[in-house]
Design a protein around this ligand. Structure first.
Ligand SMILES: CC(C)(COP(=O)(O)OP(=O)(O)OC[C@H]1O[C@@H](n2cnc3c(N)ncnc32)[C@H](O)[C@@H]1OP(=O)(O)O)[C@@H](O)C(=O)NCCC(=O)NCCS
Length: 262
């Protein structure tokens, strides 16, 4: 019999095993972080975890949906729809968003999501040197950064930021924006990037990307071209989808924290 229940940190090894079944990397730290800032649900058949979805609620307004997975052997039987519908009903916000693979898009369209853009994952070692436009975010910078993030994202993400300040490798602030980075498996993920122009976004990424393998997910064509020309070509793309209406100043959000959070 199938049982749907909330996921706990003790389920993370099973989540990583399910991800491997779909050729997703073993992102253990990311699963733990997402279960800390959001709520995960899983469908179990006996002891086996066969489907997952995580929802992260930003205030009463916005929910980010992520980590939607169904094991190969259980696909096409309605488990994806069941776990996502359950997670969305639990979150119960007027706006929900996600990044969809081509596998997920038909399901999300049936649930009322529409595609609003494409995000490309740029991976590699950045050849552009640091620009020195930013400095580490100190305790006195945090409140302003979180307020700016809420204005840009369109919802209060202070609870997520409280955890991200701890989880992040680094958070940096500049006159025209801010940037964070965090470790995922073998690379440094750069995001979010909030900037008042493409030039500022470029400079923030150059300050944050470090000298090793990195990844940043972007939609802006000028930024994408610059990354491709500096050692970080696009590796894959996803659809950005929303149910309800985005608010905020999203043209200033040049990269998400991660696809799972927007
Ligand atoms: C995407 C995924 C979660 C779907 O899970 P699933 O349990 O097989 O999906 P369901 O059986 O619940 O199907 C959901 C709906 O989408 C429809 N659907 C699925 N694939 C479709 C396709 N290629 N074209 C049209 N409709 C499709 C189904 O008919 C079903 O509709 P219904 O509920 O009205 O009958 C699963 O394929 C998966 O884990 N893929 C790999 C990981 C991935 O890409 N996850 C998505 C991340 S965004």
């Amino acid at each position: 019999m199938e049982i749907l229940r909330a996921l706990t940190p003790a389920d993370v090894p099973a989540c990583v095993k399910l991800a491997a079944d779909r050729d997703w990397p073993p992102e253990e730290a990311k699963w733990r972080f997402l279960l800390r800032v959001g709520s995960g649900f899983g469908v179990f058949v006996g002891d086996d975890l066969v489907a997952t979805a995580i929802v992260t609620r930003f205030g009463d307004i916005h929910t980010a949906v992520s980590m939607v997975l169904v094991a190969h052997g259980h696909a096409g039987r309605g488990l994806g729809r069941r776990v996502v519908e359950h997670a969305l009903a639990f979150a119960d916000t007027p706006v929900a968003s996600l990044c969809a693979t081509s596998f997920g898009r038909p399901l999300y369209e049936k649930l009322g999501f529409r595609a609003v853009g494409r995000l490309a994952a740029h991976c590699g070692t950045l050849t552009a040197p640091p620009q020195g436009v930013s400095r580490p975010c100190g305790p006195a910078d945090r409140a302003r950064l979180v307020a700016e993030d809420a204005e840009v994202f369109g919802a209060d993400r202070s609870a997520m930021w409280a955890a991200l300040f701890d989880f992040a490798h680094e958070v940096r602030v500049a006159d025209g924006g801010f940037v964070a980075s965090w470790h995922n498996t073998d690379r440094l993920m750069v995001g979010p990037v909030v900037a008042d122009s493409v030039a500022t976004a470029r400079a923030l990424i150059a300050d944050a990307a470090g000298a090793g393998p990195a990844r940043v997910d972007v939609a802006d064509p000028e930024l994408a071209a610059w990354l491709s020309a500096h050692g970080m070509p696009a590796r894959f793309e996803v659809d950005e989808m929303v149910r309800g209406e985005f608010t905020g100043r999203r043209d200033l959000l040049y990269a998400p924290v991660m696809q799972a959070l927007g």
